[in-house]
Every structure is written in C-alpha cells, then in structure tokens.
Design a protein around this ligand. Structure first.
Ligand SMILES: Nc1ncnc2c1ncn2[C@@H]1O[C@H](COP(=O)(O)OP(=O)(O)OP(=O)(O)O)[C@@H](O)[C@H]1O
Ligand SMILES: O=C(O)[C@@H](O)C(=O)CO
Length: 432
C-alpha cells in the first residue's frame, strides 16, 4: 500500500482524522509539528502531522505545511491529505487556499478535491453549500466564531478569495453515479479545486474510491472515514483498500472499529476548555451539575495573568482528588473578550502543564483546536499514539511529555463530543 501523509491545520483536527484512519484499521501516529522532522522510520501506515496553522500568518502557515510535506515524503509517504476543519474555518485572508496551492505545486497535483463533509458530525455538502446539522454554515453558531466567523456557506465562495486557481463543483448526482463516473466528472473539470457534495458516509466512500490514486486530496476527516471498508473493519483491511482492492461488506455505517484501551495510568484527571463553541458551552453547563468548575477571569489576564494562573492552579490542586475539575473561559457568548485569545491559550496551557508536572494529572481533556495546540506545546508532546474513540472525531491518545510523564490526552474539537462528555469520556480509559 501507499503510506499516507496527512497535514492537519490544528491539533484536534489531527486526532480527528487519526481516529478515523485508526478506526478504519490503519496503523496511525500523530506527530506534533516539527517532531516529524526528527523521526527516522515511522512505524505506521498513516502519519499525521499536527500543525497550528489555521489562523497563523499566511507565510508561516505555508512554510510549516511545506516542511511537513517534505518530511512526510522523506518518511516514504506517497499520498497526501490536507486536513482542515469540517466547517472550513478560515477567513478570506486565510490559509486553506495557500496551503493547498503550495502542496499541489510541490506534488504536481493538477486537481484536488475539497471535501469538508462529515455526516457523523452533522456536516454535509449539498449543491456546493456546507450545512451544519439542518443549518447552512452561515446560519450556524460558526457565524460567531471568535477567530474565523463563517458568514458564507458556498465553499466556492469561501475558497476562491484564498486562491488564484479555479474552484469547480461536483454535485450529488455525479457522486451517486459511482466512483468511475465521478472520476470522469472530476477529470472533465478545469485544473484547480473540485468541491464535491456528500451527505452520507456512502458518498464519502464513493469519493474515496474515485480519488484514491490522487497524490493530494483535502477535506475534513470524513473522507478518511471513506477509506473504511464497512462495519467491523479488521486491522489491515482499510490499508488494503487504500492499496486499491475494494473491501467487502460495505454498508452505510462509517466502518468504525474499536481501538483497544491502553494499559491504565494512575493519576488525577482534568478538563481545560478554551473553546467558545456551542457544544463546548453545553458540555461546560453539563459539567457544572456534577464537577468542580471554575471560569478563568479573562478580564484579569491582561494585567495580572500570573496571579490569575496561580489562583486557578491552587484551585485545581485543592480539588477533591477523586473529582474531575473543569476550567473554562466561556460559559455564554457574552463572555467573549476582544483580543483575549492568546492570553487565554497561554493561561490554560500553563495550568495544564502545572497540573501534570506538579499535580499528578495523567488524564486530560482539552476542548478547542487552538487551545489544544497551546496545551500540547506547553507539555512538550512530540507524538500521540491513537487509542480508544470517545465519539465521532474524538479519541484518547497516549503521549509522553517533555519531562517524561506518560499521559492520556483527548483533544476535543469545539463542536464535537456529547454533552456529558466531561463525565463520560473516562470510561473509555477503563475508569468510572
Ligand atoms: N472568553 C474569551 N474571549 C475571547 N477569546 C476566547 C475566550 N475564550 C476562548 N477564547 C479563544 O477562542 C479561541 C477558541 O479556539 P479553539 O480552536 O480553541 O476552540 P474552537 O474554535 O471552539 O475549537 P475547534 O477549532 O476545535 O473547532 C482560542 O484562541 C481561545 O483562546
Ligand atoms: O474537522 C473538524 O471539524 C475538526 O477536526 C476540526 O478541525 C475542528 O478544529
């Protein structure tokens, strides 16, 4: 089979696509940023590089993505996947177009598909428009995202300002006509990008089949689920599918197969949330009923960040050892403060670092992609090994920190997970 290299523009996105591939039977590892450059012979079928490029300055984002692409090629990857958000999080000045342009030029890829659809998480594409559940993207809560407010829904309109290349659309009937017809429809488009409709997992499998020989594909994690052979996919069968043989037993499910739990790690548990997304807010509200919860005093961070971090760190340390403290920065949309994002990321990252280094925390949930990037970097994690799935797109990973502690960490995309996740996710680790 061809080894697959994935470049993800945020850290939750990296574990999202990694859990999709792992569930499909691929041996999958996630490398944090330039940790991949130090890797000599990766022992996986799918290598995912987690970058923090979604909202980075454009030149930096493109340079980091090209570096990752070259490292992945050096490690033997021959097929590439640029992973962005299933809600296409970006601005007109944003980075999806420039990263795709650079990767396509580097690989000599004439056409690249654009497939954010992820039906298991309610993201579908129809007539080139992205929906979140039953709402157009521009009518969904993503409209008010603090970093990338999404005010349009037609993917062509979102991508075109970010690239000079043509952006075409392939609608559902061409997908339903099957992989060969879809391939023909794609080949008939001008060179550039092709936004493809997909409303269910079967569509993603068709798109996967039609594009599995492409050097470069792009999307959310849904297209990786399209590589799953069907329900009950055994380890290895997804890999066979990638090599070009179709897997037996396909059905309308995403083909998720359980990844076994890790050997248990002794230690305390903690949740840190820097996400303002509606699902994270619902999860925080749910946690308020049964967990010790504490809001960061965001207004204090500008003047007295160190004192605020000390106070919250003391609160975490003083919490009942059997309880799971939850620290958050947004309870309601009214809590958003202009220009506070970086200070909040720094504060939450430092709190997580101290909790692991000094407080014996070994199980950590981080909510929010940018927040996950900050926390993972502060902990000095280089590689994540993918473990049990918590819900679509969310999994436990085992990692080693810079200081040598082993921890279990779940990087949760803002809108992913069930409302009771901060109470229920621990059972996937074999805990109450
Ligand atoms: N009260 C607040 N005021 C202003 N910015 C905030 C506040 N709380 C959090 N933020 C910032 O909002 C951003 C949220 O982005 P993040 O990627 O972590 O979450 P998300 O967008 O919900 O998740 P994902 O990218 O996984 O969908 C972070 O930079 C965070 O620091
Ligand atoms: O694709 C998604 O929705 C997520 O993996 C993500 O990238 C959110 O940060």
């Amino acid at each position: 089979m061809h080894r697959i290299g994935v470049i993800a523009d945020d850290f939750t996105g990296a574990t999202d696509i990694a859990t999709a591939y792992a569930s499909a039977g691929f041996r999958t590892a996630v490398f944090i940023e330039d940790a991949v450059a130090r890797e000599e012979a990766a022992d996986a079928d799918v290598l995912v590089v987690a970058l923090k490029t979604r909202t980075a300055p454009r030149e930096e984002a493109v340079a980091a993505s090209l570096d990752a692409l070259r490292d992945l090629r050096r490690l033997g990857c021959e097929r590439f996947y640029v992973k962005y958000c299933s809600t296409f999080d970006s601005t007109d000045e944003g980075n999806i177009g420039p990263i795709l342009d650079a990767a396509a030029a580097e690989l000599g890829a004439a056409r690249t598909v654009v497939v954010p659809a992820y039906p298991d998480n309610g993201r579908t594409t129809y007539l080139g428009r992205l929906f979140v559940g039953d709402q157009l993207l521009e009518e969904s809560p993503m409209r008010e995202h603090p970093l990338t407010p999404m005010r349009r829904s037609r993917l062509r309109d979102l991508l075109s300002p970010q690239t000079g290349r043509a952006v075409g659309e392939v609608h559902l009937p061409a997908v339903h006509a099957g992989p060969e017809a879809l391939r023909a429809a794609l080949d008939a488009l001008p060179e550039g990008y092709a936004v493809i409709d997909a409303v269910e997992n079967a569509d993603l499998r068709t798109i996967h089949r039609a594009t599995r020989d492409d050097l470069l594909v792009s999307g959310g994690a849904g297209l990786a689920l399209g590589a799953a052979g069907g329900s009950g996919t055994a380890a290895g069968s997804g890999a066979d599918d990638a090599a070009g043989t179709s897997a037996a037993g396909e059905d309308a499910s995403s083909g998720a197969a359980p990844v076994p739990p890790f050997p248990p790690l002794e230690g305390r548990s903690l949740v840190v949330c820097g996400s303002a997304s509606s699902m994270t807010r619902a999860q925080v509200a749910d946690a308020m009923r049964s967990h010790p919860t504490r809001a960061l005093t965001v207004d204090r961070l500008a003047e007295e960040a160190a004192a605020e971090v000390d106070d919250v760190a003391a609160w975490i340390a003083g919490a009942d050892r059997a309880a799971v403290p939850v620290v958050y920065s947004v309870a309601t949309a009214g809590d958003l403060r202009h220009d506070a994002a970086a200070a909040i990321e720094d504060a939450l990252a430092e709190l997580a670092r101290r909790a692991v280094a000094e407080g014996g925390v070994r199980h950590l949930i981080v909510a929010g992609g940018e927040t996950s990037g900050a926390v993972t970097k502060a902990l000095g994690i280089g590689r994540l090994d993918i473990g049990p799935r918590i819900s679509p797109g969310v999994c436990w990973s085992r990692a080693r920190t810079r200081a040598g502690e082993s921890i279990d960490i779940a990087l949760k995309s803002g809108n992913f997970g069930t409302e009771d996740m901060f109470s229920s996710a621990w059972k996937e680790l074999g805990e109450a």
